[in-house]
Write a protein that binds this ligand. Sequence first.
Ligand code: CA
Length: 224
Amino acid sequence: MRLLIVEDNFELSQLVANGLMAAGYESDIVNSAAEARDAARNVSYAAMVLDLGLPDGDGLSVLRELRRHADPLPVLVLTARGGLQDRLTGLRSGADDYLVKPFALEELVARLEAILRRPGQLLGRSLRLANLIYDTESRQIFVDDAPRIISSRETSVLEILLRRQGRVVPKKNVEDHIFGLEGEVASNAVEVYISRLRKQLAECGARVVIHTIRGVGYLMAEEK
Ligand code: CA
């Protein structure tokens, strides 16, 4: 599960990223409204932490744009604007939660976890297919209810394929999901992780199959 941090204060963005990392969440950091729009379009994040005072505009415009496009990405606004009117505007613009700076890191993490647990989110806590269950919060995998170990990046691939099971996931989306905004990625990296994941799933006895849709992407389904 990967989160997006939109924050132009370098030290604060690092603090938040480190706090999230300690709680088990990987994140990408961007520091402008334009980059936030791009990142949200290109990577499927589990949630966004959004600062409002950004160098190229107001974070609220990013939020309103997401909602205008019916994007359900959970957004927690993190801002120094703490007045009642500011908080109301943030929530009415589509924020799922609103936290005022200065804040305690533990509270930020707890509030994000509360957002991610909410029923009705596309993000159910566990995803299942055939005899395979994946707990998105603990990142644990179970086959026939027994815990199994799958390596970390392969688990990220499994997550995105399971979330969209029965549908084709473009190769680019798989790549973004594994590597986020990390720079250069080897052109065969996704194939390598898919092939390792297939092997590990077979070793666990999971009755699922990952089809390669040539030139498009991958599709995960129950093994017939
Ligand atoms: Ca700011």
